[in-house]
Write a protein that binds this ligand. Structure first.
Ligand SMILES: Cc1ncc(COP(=O)(O)O)c(C=O)c1O
Length: 482
């Protein structure tokens, strides 16, 4: 699809720059230099109204009078007032929004917050963000940018300096060549995902999503009017889909496959061979891949991250890589993400973004340049600490009654199987919170109801306390098990 096929024309990249003058002419009534000339399309018909030329009272009843224009308001006002007073105002919500599922994680964290407010000592295992502070050099670069007045609109697809830093990152870390025009800086990694899906999927398309999945993928697909097709996996297969499973799920409607390695919520990391096998199938069937690599740097043991776009020209041509700075630089609140894609897709995303959110925050982009080009030493420390917690928590879970848990190799989550507790994930998490004041995320939110997600992005003391409480909760559920 070429950019010219897009229905969405890019607005001026720099929104404060001179607007394009093509199609514009000086206004007919001299109201400004850029006023559009509106052709006179009103038909030239005589005024047939019977009250024409009558005294002013009659003209009240002319069809064009204010009285007639306002009549529906007068007529409907009592009904409206009655509804408002009864609190039964009806709002018509567009189908695309009405079909979305509200976030389960948000309701659990709202309850946890309320309990904390009521004085309970709640241990939070729900965090989707590192508990470390954003490194100083990044913060300083941002503060400098503000002090130097870098506080205005930027090109909507991101400042050239940052797009270059991202292009260099792909070359350095993944061996992939992306021109800066193939890179769009977005308002967080989530925005990069939704942009990629919106630009490529539409009603009638199916999007293949392995479960457990990051909870926003299916909702983004629904927002685009396309259909999520979930491919279930379980702990026995290491939460990985097999080439056979993927092949069997493909239909003529398959448009996009979502790959997330390292994975949220399971911490699973696909090997290079596994990624190649899946990528080959997508290439063979002409299916695009959205590869979400936001946890790329958070990886343990001796596994490696593989970018599917780097495997061959054909894989590159079929892949949109989405990424962000939230996890590896603890910049969740900064809202800086990015995507890299074949030129026509990048161009379409750039056009959409120019008409929706416009540029990501100007000074946050300067911080992002520092994150990608500055010192990376914080990562060594963070990884060592995450790894220590990962192994501690995983070992503890192994010895708890009614629980089995795969050893995750990436991200900062554990995804234990709670099937033997006799509870499904939602009542499990609700009771864990009410009875032991530990907040975890029910696996049902990720399409896996026999699991719960435990984030170890929290300090060691809280981790120990929360795991002690989880163990005592399981013992209360399964008193005859050691
Ligand atoms: C797999 C995955 N992709 C994308 C995102 C979006 O990250 P953000 O929008 O905070 O940059 C997240 C955040 O939790 C995630 O877990």
């Amino acid at each position: 699809m070429g950019a010219s096929d897009s229905n969405c024309s890019p607005s001026s990249d720099n929104l404060i720059g001179t607007p394009s003058l093509s199609g514009w002419r000086p206004g007919p009534r001299g109201r400004g230099p850029y006023q559009a000339e509106v052709p006179n399309v009103a038909p030239d018909i005589p005024n047939f109204h019977p009250f024409a030329g009558q005294p002013p009272l009659f003209s009240l009843f002319r069809p064009s009078s204010l009285f007639f224009a306002a009549f529906p308001l007068f007529a409907c006002a009592p009904v409206r007032l009655w509804r408002i007073l009864n609190g039964d105002m009806e709002y018509r919500i567009a189908q695309r929004a009405a079909s979305l599922s509200p976030s389960l994680t948000l309701s659990i964290s709202a309850r946890a917050k309320q309990m904390r407010g009521d004085g309970f000592d709640v241990v939070g295992f729900g965090a989707g963000e590192p508990d470390f502070d954003t490194p100083e050099p990044i913060k300083e670069a941002c503060i400098r940018a503000i002090q130097q007045g870098f506080t205005k609109y930027t090109p909507s697809s991101g400042i050239p300096e940052l797009r270059q830093a991202i292009s260099d990152k792909f070359k350095r870390d993944n061996g992939i060549d992306y021109a800066t025009s193939q890179i769009i800086v977005t308002n967080g990694g989530k925005h990069a995902c939704s942009n990629a899906i919106l630009a490529t999927c539409e009603p009638g398309d199916e999007v293949l999503i392995p479960a457990p999945y990051w909870l926003s993928y299916p909702e983004m697909v629904k927002l685009a009017g396309a259909t999520p097709k979930v491919l279930p996996t379980n702990d026995e297969s290491g939460f990985k889909i097999t080439p056979e499973q993927l092949t069997a799920a493909i239909t003529p409607k398959s448009r996009l496959f979502i790959l997330n390695s390292p994975s949220n919520p399971t911490g699973t990391v696909y090997s290079a061979e596994e990624i190649k096998a899946i990528g080959d199938i997508c290439v063979r069937h002409g299916i695009l891949i959205m590869s979400d690599e936001i946890y790329e740097k958070l990886i343990y043991d001796d596994v490696f991250h593989t970018s599917v776009a780097g495997l061959s020209q054909a894989h590159y041509d079929h892949t949109i890589t989405v990424h962000g700075l939230a996890k590896a630089y603890s910049m969740t609140g900064w809202r800086i993400g990015y995507l890299a894609a074949p030129q026509p897709i990048a161009q379409a995303v750039g056009a959409m973004q120019s008409h929706s959110t416009s540029n990501p925050v100007s000074f946050a982009q300067k911080g992002a340049v520092m994150a990608l080009t500055g010192p990376q030493t914080h990562l060594t420390e963070w990884l060592a600490e995450f790894d220590r917690r990962r192994l501690y928590a995983w070992n503890r879970l192994q010895s708890m009654p009614g629980i089995t848990c795969n050893k995750p190799q990436g991200a900062f989550y554990l995804f234990p199987n709670i099937r033997n507790s006799g509870l499904t994930s939602r009542p499990f998490c609700e009771r864990l919170l009410e009875e032991k004041q530990v907040a975890a995320v029910p696996g049902i939110a990720f399409g896996a109801d026999e699991f719960v997600r435990i984030s170890y992005a929290t300090d060691m003391e809280s981790l120990e306390k929360g795991l002690d409480r989880l163990e005592s909760f399981l013992q209360s559920l399964l008193p005859n098990r050691s």
